[in-house]
Design a protein around this ligand. Structure first.
Ligand SMILES: [Zn+2]
Length: 82
């Protein structure tokens, strides 16, 4: 049985969540990614195959083999400046 690495809880709920993949200073946002969420602390767990798929899609997009269906502008700020 699975245990949450953060709180030790053993109850999880299958959900779909937004996943933010980061590679260096580049971001890739994927919506509706299947995951299991810890019922106690809310930590999300993704299957290795799911993460591989996201990584692969990111590679394709960054090598311009594929165009993402949507692009967003992400504001960036240094904490000391806000
Ligand atoms: Zn937890």
């Amino acid at each position: 049985m699975k245990t949450c690495n953060f709180c030790g809880n053993k109850n999880f709920t299958a959900k779909k969540a937004q996943y933010i993949y980061k590679s260096g200073s580049r971001f890739f946002v994927v919506n509706e990614v299947p995951c299991e969420e810890c019922d106690f602390c809310g930590e999300r767990y993704y299957e290795a195959a799911t993460l591989k798929k996201i990584e692969h899609a990111f590679e394709e997009i960054s090598h311009s083999k594929k165009k993402a269906s949507k692009e967003i502008n992400v504001p960036v700020e240094e904490f000391a400046d806000i």
